[in-house]
Write a protein that binds this ligand. Structure first.
Ligand code: NAD
Ligand code: GLY
Length: 364
């Protein structure tokens, strides 16, 4: 049996769960044993991932559940909406499935976030399992219990905190991931260095070539270390009363880019990558970090094939979009800024300074 890494996420009220990381996990019976008992399992996936992995997962789950249903949603960030959420709920209600039914989110962050939200609200909560198949979902979105759909006025604005029973991150599913999606996932891996672990940032710089070449051992370490950092943060601040906000480094401008261009135009990871460059720039303008740090981060993001130049939406439009951000308070836009390498915090930034940064990057 190939080696499996397990990262445990520690939460109050017996809600601890395992993130299992390794090759071949989809086919290992142990991945699916010991979950809450139920008659019916429902796999939620999309029309890209279904032909790749749904039948394999269904076969494995049939060893555990009497019946395994499949809900296939249209692929894409633009479908992370009420209509898709309703399709999941329509199936659950249409089949009169009971509150023990276990949902399995098979796919990237879009499927994981929507399935988690459906699990949170169906009969006020049914169990669900994350089966992330993108790098981004394995290192970030499948872990920590944030679930959501988008609204045209703001990204991830409708959702709930709701933790999965388990996360099964099969590294082999990354074999079929398009190159652009792999690079987008690397943005969230890079994020963990500046906010929490300077040594990890050096490691990513040294191993970027192997990560892009999909070396399994190197990818496995990146997923494990990312999950360890995220599990530690979420274990301390599940509902983002403070510390957890650091996981949103790059997301204030990133979310504005996604909503401003229309969901799906830029990938989430691409928008976050560019957002990190601008947030690093703000950290420098506020005297928290030296110019060398901004250049170092920009160079790594560029080497990863990710964008460093924001779209020209205009300063007013950016400010309007960023005021809808969940971190904004009383109209003030707040950014996660780097305070020292491996340390971050939430800072209210004056509009004038944001406009300076946007202008310097050709976005105003
Ligand atoms: P995604 O879910 O859209 O997946 C990216 C693309 O890859 C899709 O086309 C998908 O069908 C395809 N795909 C998935 N697995 C594949 C595979 N193994 N082989 C081939 N194709 C595959 O995007 P994503 O980058 O995984 O996730 C982005 C979403 O995650 C955003 O909506 C973002 O807001 C959310 N997110 C949530 C959290 C959280 O904490 N909940 C954290 C970060 C991001
Ligand atoms: N991706 C941000 C968070 O989980 O808090």
């Amino acid at each position: 049996m190939p080696a499996t890494d397990t990262v445990r996420i520690q939460l109050p009220d017996h809600r601890n769960y395992d993130i299992r990381i390794g090759s071949g996990l989809l086919d290992q019976p142990a991945s699916w044993q010991g979950l809450p008992k139920a008659a019916v399992a429902v796999i939620v996936t999309n029309d890209t991932v279904a032909p790749l992995y749904a039948e394999r997962l269904r076969e494995r789950l049939q060893a555990v559940y009497t019946r395994v249903d499949l809900v296939v949603l249209p692929d894409g960030e633009q479908h992370k909406d009420w209509a898709s959420l309703n399709r999941i709920c329509d199936h659950l209600l249409g089949e009169a499935l009971d509150r023990k039914t276990v949902l399995f989110a098979l796919g990237g962050g879009v499927i994981g976030d929507m399935t988690g939200f459906a699990a949170a609200i169906y009969m006020r909560g049914v169990p669900f399992v994350q089966v992330p198949t993108t790098l981004l979902a394995q290192v970030d979105s499948s872990v920590g219990g944030k679930t959501a759909i988008n609204h045209p006025l703001g990204k991830n604005m409708l959702g709930a905190f709701y933790q999965p029973e388990r996360v099964i991150a099969d590294l082999d599913t990354l074999d079929s991931l398009p190159e652009r999606e792999l690079r987008a996932g690397l943005a969230e891996v890079i994020k963990y260095g500046p906010i929490a672990d300077a040594g990890f940032l050096c490691w990513i710089e040294d191993n970027l070539g192997a990560l892009l070449a999909r070396d399994k051992a190197v990818l496995g370490y990146a997923v494990r270390r990312s999950c360890e950092i995220k599990a530690d943060v979420v274990g301390q601040d599940e509902r983002e009363q403070g510390l957890r906000a650091i996981l949103n480094f790059g997301h204030t401008i990133g979310h504005a880019i996604e909503a401003g261009l229309g969901y799906g135009a830029w990938l989430h990871g691409e928008a976050v990558a560019c957002g990190m460059v601008l947030a690093a720039d703000l950290s420098q303008r506020l005297g928290l970090m030296p110019a060398g740090f901004v250049e170092r981060l920009r160079a790594l993001i560029e080497r990863a094939g990710l964008p460093v130049q924001p779209p020209r939406l205009g300063a007013e439009r950016y400010l309007q979009l960023m005021r809808v951000d969940k971190k904004a308070e009383a109209g003030a836009i707040r950014f996660v800024l780097i305070e020292a390498l491996g340390q971050a915090g939430l800072h209210a930034v004056p509009d004038a300074l944001i406009v300076e940064t946007l202008t310097a990057h050709g976005a105003a």
